[in-house]
Ligand binder design. Structure first.
Ligand code: ATP
Ligand code: MG
Length: 426
């Protein structure tokens, strides 16, 4: 039978062995955010299209080419969120969370971009992101970077990612630079590729981000943004670097790093790996002090990042740092008169006593041989065996499926609980 309807290209199902890995990664992310005192927020997946146009910028790849936008039945123009920051700021303004307050927030969930699907690039992907509001200094920029670094350390991949750092200066500094950059680009206009030609007049800083080797070569002689920095910007950047030095976090300066979204100023950073081919940026972020005002709030300092979870997981898998775990610890088998009821009720008692143990009851009958095969197939470490004797004595027999030297033995339910806990390492 042919499948009549397939999934949308670039939107993936996560199957049991995937979700096992995802849950392990999510657990580390949640635990890390909590350990830095950040609170979780959950925003809708759909927002008004105008939110993203305003926040991200009309002339960005995301808004120009990548958004899933549609009109709903009432004619409202809506989009699937391509990133989390815009919705997070909208939500904070709507619920008055940032006026004269500090907030350290994080979120995790699916994002949508209509891009060409390839390894590490999908149309539905997931980000874990954090946003800090109301704090000015480079100390919190350092904290946000340290936080990401601590995630890499927990997975043992801190040496597989390079921290690239840049400063985008203030709006005024960028405006002065922009003028000179446009002059430079106009002087080399014929040598630019189509994308860069277009950007020269719409969003010239994005030209710096080009992947075109020829343009990269030309840009070597272009004016440098850092030559336009005043004392405040220089101090912010130098302070941040000194904090990172003290924290033992290595970085490289990349003056072509401008980030894809329009709202950044001062600090921008990316964590990049060479292990994933062209999709090497696992996490990117920076400061966006004008966004809150741009969306109608009072001026509020802000810094954050977005971490691509598919890319993190691909990297962990490539480096052999995670693997799927079996979903069952204990498999309950049984045969004989009344075993069906005794299996169900005993499994409930064991689960109540061992809430962290994963206990599966064999269903559908069959002989012991067949049932043990099932126990093996689900990789259970312990089999709980129920026969006529056990039912009569109100006991269970335990078999350690991974340790041949363990002798199969009958236990009272209370003793079985302790024995199972020790066998599965609870
Ligand atoms: P790229 O240059 O790879 O397109 P970006 O600058 O568009 O990335 P951001 O908007 O900064 O990405 O999003 C933060 C992170 O989310 C990225 O560093 C990446 O890890 C991840 N990400 C972005 N787009 C995708 C996608 N289409 N599929 C999977 N992950 C993605
Ligand atoms: Mg992109």
């Amino acid at each position: 039978m042919g499948l009549l309807v397939q999934a949308i290209r670039g939107m993936n199902d996560l199957l049991p062995e995937d979700t096992s890995v995802w849950q392990q990664v999510e657990k580390v992310l949640r635990q890390t955010m909590a350990s830095y005192g950040y609170s979780e927020v959950r925003m809708p997946i759909v927002e008004k299209t105008s939110l993203f146009c305003r926040a991200i910028g009309e002339v960005t790849d995301v808004v120009e080419k990548e958004m899933y936008s549609f009109e709903d039945r009432s004619g409202d123009k809506l989009s699937l969120r391509p990133e989390g920051t815009a919705g997070c700021v909208r939500s904070c303004l709507e619920h008055n969370l940032v006026y004269n307050q500090e907030q350290r927030l994080w979120y995790m969930g699916p994002m949508f971009r209509h891009e060409r699907p390839q390894k590490g690039r999908y149309r539905q992907f997931h980000q874990m992101g954090c946003e800090v509001f109301g704090i000015n200094g480079p100390d919190v920029d350092a904290e946000v970077i340290a936080l990401t670094y601590s995630i890499w350390k927990k997975f043992g991949i801190e040496n597989d990612l390079e921290l690239q750092l840049n400063s985008l200066g203030s709006a005024n500094e960028r405006a002065a630079y922009r003028e000179d950059l446009v002059k430079f680009l106009e002087a080399h206009f014929d040598e630019l590729d189509e994308d860069c030609k277009r950007r020269t007049h719409t969003n010239p800083l994005r030209v710096l981000d080009t992947k075109d080797e020829k343009v990269i070569e030309i840009l070597k002689d272009a004016p440098k943004l850092k030559d336009y920095f005043g004392e405040e910007t220089r101090n912010h950047f130098e302070k941040l670097c000194s904090y990172l030095d003290k924290l033992g976090i290595k970085y490289v300066f990349n003056d072509r790093l401008v980030r894809g979204l329009d709202y950044y100023n001062l600090t921008v950073f990316e964590w990049v790996t060479t292990a994933l081919g062209a999709q090497g940026t696992v996490c990117g972020g920076g400061r966006y002090d004008s966004l809150v005002e741009q969306l109608g709030g009072t001026p509020t300092k802000a810094v954050g990042f977005g971490l691509g979870m598919e890319r993190l997981i691909l990297l962990l898998q490539t480096l052999g740092k995670v693997s799927a775990k079996p979903s069952v610890d204990v498999y309950v088998v049984g045969a004989g008169e009344g075993s069906d009821v005794y299996m169900l009720t005993t499994a409930e008692r064991l689960r109540a006593a061992l809430p962290d143990a994963r206990i599966m009851t064999h269903c559908g009958g069959g002989n012991f041989k067949k049932q043990f095969k099932k126990a093996d197939r689900v990789n259970a470490r312990v089999a709980v065996i129920i026969g006529e004797n056990e039912i009569a004595n109100g006991t269970v027999t335990l078999k350690n499926m991974t340790d041949e030297t363990f002798e199969q033995k009958e236990f009272s339910i209370e003793d079985a609980v302790a024995a199972i806990a020790s066998m599965i390492g609870l």
